[in-house]
Design a protein around this ligand. Structure first.
Ligand code: ATP
Ligand code: MG
Ligand code: MG
Ligand code: MG
Length: 471
């Protein structure tokens, strides 16, 4: 099955279970507390919170999503994107755990025909009801059901309000490709062997100010399955980027940048991910800027541009801009599900092109500033650029580590990849720590962090120059 076929089969399946299909909502949510649509349930938040009555008791969607908390994961894990599509079915005071579990199983085993022996499930540690349904009614053997804690299997709209346990479906990718060495792993452990494909959320509790839980008058179901991950297992690939949702885009990148074979694999993935995100953000009305959503878009375009530079081992200049040329490849793949993009093609290309040109100037200035740092190293008789600087160049201005390293090495200097990776890992941990509730995930971590760390004014030296020249 192709990605397009999977998307359609999901909606058709839930239509056959009397769900109403809603179009994907905008990436810009109709909700002031939220920067971007991070999950399929976002457009339905008022129904989940009981603020409005749902027009239908059963709804199904494929929803455009963006998660900036996964930005650093892109290209590094086989399963994370910034932009992705979430397939979902929702019940507002209608069916509950039993049907949600049964239908998810029916869809993946009867429609997608996934190998049952590879399927594992998790339930919240005290959710015996879900455990029994999986074990007794569906027949998933006890060895393939794990009980997990809050971090993975408890969902909350915020510190107070509706919440509940969830249950996830995992696909065991052992011996499908690279994942052969994790014999004693279980879902919920680190590593890539168990791929989380679907999360079923059972919203049944209301958390009060004093922390206590009272049952909600209406129980709801909110599920989310990543289309790209489902495609990877259906198409027997060990990486989302190898599915047909990406092959055309990857082909485009390789042809535009003249990349051979599997060279610069990580950069190609980053570009593929970021160009999709850029197309959809601009399509929904976001423009590059220095704050809010615009800053996210700017950061994504710049990272993609930096990845191109790193792949070609050259600081790209104005005449090297390439990202806007990839827009047609994205549209070709996504046209069927999002036909409205076609009429915006020229506009999207133009926005990307202008931002690329602007960033090319920044990169040039950045290189000059890096040269200044190199002079300082020379003066101090040192060889290594401190990790604070390689990381700042990366995090704030989109210089991939490889590019900084390349410039340094060309002049006999060096940078520690290990130290850089340490800084990056700290950042990933920080976004992990702050993602326990949807409201946490919603605030834009890197913007907050950016201003927290550097402040708007105390930014000195070359970094300040960057700011002035790039706006
Ligand atoms: P993971 O643990 O792999 O980061 P998650 O638990 O954060 O996933 P959920 O919030 O439960 O994900 O979202 C529901 C589903 O959406 C996941 O089961 C997965 O299929 C998909 N999904 C989540 N984040 C991403 C992402 N960054 N890229 C692609 N698909 C994603
Ligand atoms: Mg996640
Ligand atoms: Mg998870
Ligand atoms: Mg999950």
């Amino acid at each position: 099955m192709t990605g397009n076929e999977i998307r359609k089969s999901f909606v058709d399946f839930f239509k056959s279970k009397e769900h109403k299909h809603f179009e994907s909502a905008s990436l810009i949510p109709d909700d002031k507390s939220l920067l971007l649509t991070v999950a399929g349930m976002v457009p339905f938040k008022p129904f989940f919170l009981g603020e409005k009555e749902a027009p239908f008791k059963r709804i199904t969607t494929y929803q455009k999503c963006i998660r900036t908390n996964d930005l650093e994961n892109v290209g590094r894990t086989p399963r994370h994107h910034t932009f992705f599509e979430m397939l979902g079915n929702f019940s507002f005071g209608d069916y509950f755990k039993k049907e949600a579990i049964e239908w998810s199983w029916e869809y993946i085993t009867k429609v997608l025909k996934l190998e049952e022996d590879r399927l594992w499930v998790s339930v919240y540690k005290t959710d015996d009801e879900a455990y029994e349904i999986w074990n007794k009614e569906i027949g998933v053997p006890a060895e393939r059901i794990v009980r997990l804690g809050e971090e993975d299997n408890w969902w909350a709209a915020g510190p107070v309000g509706s919440c509940g346990p969830c249950s996830e479906i995992y696909y065991d990718t052992q011996n499908m490709g690279k994942n052969n060495e994790e014999a004693d792993r279980k879902p919920g452990d680190d590593g890539d062997r168990f791929l989380e494909i679907w999360n079923l959320v059972f919203t049944e509790w209301n958390r009060l100010e004093d922390g206590s839980l009272v049952p909600l008058p209406e129980k709801n179901i909110d599920t989310g399955a990543g289309l790209e991950r489902i495609a990877s297992v259906v198409q027997n690939k060990d990486n989302n980027f190898d599915t047909d949702l990406f092959t055309n885009i990857t082909k485009g990148i390789k042809s535009v940048l003249e990349i051979q074979g599997n060279e610069s694999e990580e950069a190609v993935k980053i570009i593929a991910d970021h160009v999709r995100a850029s197309v959809f953000l601009i399509g929904d009305g976001v423009l590059p800027s220095n704050e809010g959503r615009g800053y996210i878009l700017r950061k994504i375009i710049r990272r993609a541009f930096g990845a191109g530079s790193a792949a070609k081992q050259k600081v790209f200049e104005k005449e090297d801009i390439f990202l806007y040329k990839l827009v047609p490849y994205v549209l070709e793949t996504m046209n069927e599900a999002y036909p409205e993009l076609a009429e915006k093609q020229e506009y999207i290309e133009k926005v990307i092109r202008l931002e690329e040109e602007r960033f090319a100037t920044t990169l040039k200035n950045g290189t000059e500033m890096l040269e200044e740092e190199i002079q300082k190293l020379k003066g101090a008789n040192q060889k290594e650029l401190p990790a604070e600087l390689t990381f700042k160049l990366y995090d704030t201005f989109g210089f991939p580590f490889e590019l900084t390293k390349l410039i340094l090495e060309n002049q006999g200097f060096e940078a520690s990849e290990e130290e850089f990776e340490k800084k990056l890992a700290e950042q990933v941990q920080r976004s992990k720590d702050s993602r326990t509730t949807i409201s946490d995930m919603i605030k834009d971590e890197f913007i907050d962090e950016f201003f927290e760390k550097h402040g708007k004014t105390e930014f000195t030296g070359y970094l300040q120059n960057f700011e002035e020249k790039s706006t």
